[in-house]
Design a protein. Sequence first.
Lengths: 281, 259
Amino acid sequence: MRKWNYLLVLAAAAGGFLVSVSPVPGQGGARNAKGKDAPKAGPVKRLRDGKPDIQGFWETRNFFSAFDLEAHDKATFEVPAGKGVVVDPPDGKIPYQAWALKKKEELVNSHLADDPQAHCFLSGVPRQMYTPFGFQIMQPAGNITLLFEAFHAFRVIHLDGKPHPDENIRLFEGDSRGHWEGDTLVVDVANQNDRTWFDMAGNFHSEDIHVVERYTPVDSNTIKYEAAITDPKVFTRPWKIAFELGRNLEADYENLEYACVEGEQDLQHYTESQGGAKKDK
Amino acid sequence: MIRWAARVFGCALICLLMQRSAPAQSSAAYKAPHNGYGQPDLQGVWEARNTAAGSLEAHTASLGIRAGRSVIVDPADGKIPYQPSALAKRDDNDKHRAQADPLNKCYSPGVPRMMYLPFPLQIFQTPGYVAITSEFAHTTRIVYLERKSHYADAEFWMGDSRGHWDGDTLVVDVADFNAQTWLDASGDYHSEGLRVVERFTRTAPDVLTYEATITDPKVYTKPWTIRMPLYLDRSPDAQIFEYECAAYLPPPKVDEVKP
């Protein structure tokens, strides 16, 4: 229903609607559509067992990570300028091995149309977490369920302490096993396949990717999110991204349907040199 | 004449009785387990074990479809009460199902079709929400328990689900459908006037009885009802994986993507 069309997003960004959403860390108040004062953030809510209650609707506060995890100071056709979210290494660059950096550049230069999201495939972790349109967190007995509006993807974070399934089982979204360390939810994500990217800038990984996420609620409206990424086939060392998730404070907010496969038109927008279709002049 | 009347009224009576007694069919003494919020606990990995995905009506086997009985409990003849012109369209759909079935293009299955695909479902519950997810194409429904009204002007592949507890039964009213989904692989279909009222009741330790009453005045002569057991996966590592349908289709040739 709410179809994310890359060009629409770009048009909106160019028009300044989304650029103005530059939240102040820790203040709470994510989506605040009509300029009204958002309810003030209070202390972290608790479930009956004392664990943090992080249920509700959330959204990344760093819109630009969907385009490029690295800082990108010059806008190109598909990728607008924006701040990066790579916090380790300190230079903010993904530590690619030489061959892998070459491949990433090749993807950017001539294969952007291969972006798995442009084909409506599931986004993988961590990309799922900063894909626009937000998500709902549920904390039913036994797991934590993340329901995303984009691509109607979902993730089940198992809390039963059991191991990941056999490594022959490969999943776009991987297999997520979590536990609480104090107030931090630590999630180990394995079993991913090599068919997802990190963003729209051709950043990629192999199926040896292993992600450890840390969700730390700091107040009732803010979760600090961190993901440590390891993939010895592609990177020279582990690296880390970090950003904040803000609670969506719109009254009566609900996830709507995002039908992608059913109305896919993104591929039409890629140029021939990006691997898109030949256009009539 | 008397015989005819007896048959009709007899059927009506039996049908009525069947319907009334159905949720207690397995065991009148069975009491659904409750979760920590005082709700019947519907959580778990569930799967239909029938041939409704092939056809809701009684059907013989064909390529990829096992023979099976009808899951339609009302009307009593087990057939969908199509209007005559709609029946012709169903038969035409069926003839062209290889190309025409939306599921073959990996589109969202809609409701109720999602519930009896040969892919497991997982149900998640919190006080305000019930989420129903399917392994097929990561199909997701969120049943909102606190807000009752549907969207005034919207169409969704999966409809809009609003639920409430009727004793130990979860009742879900699903509206706002588009006309793009089918009900099974045999061309059974609906219009955007579709309305589905579902009833989920635990009727035995491993059984969730699923019932859906389907109304669509543009296509059917009267409302009709399907009913089937969904079975709980008791294996210790039960979880749903992924059938990322679109990723298994042959990739589109770039020249076929219209600029």
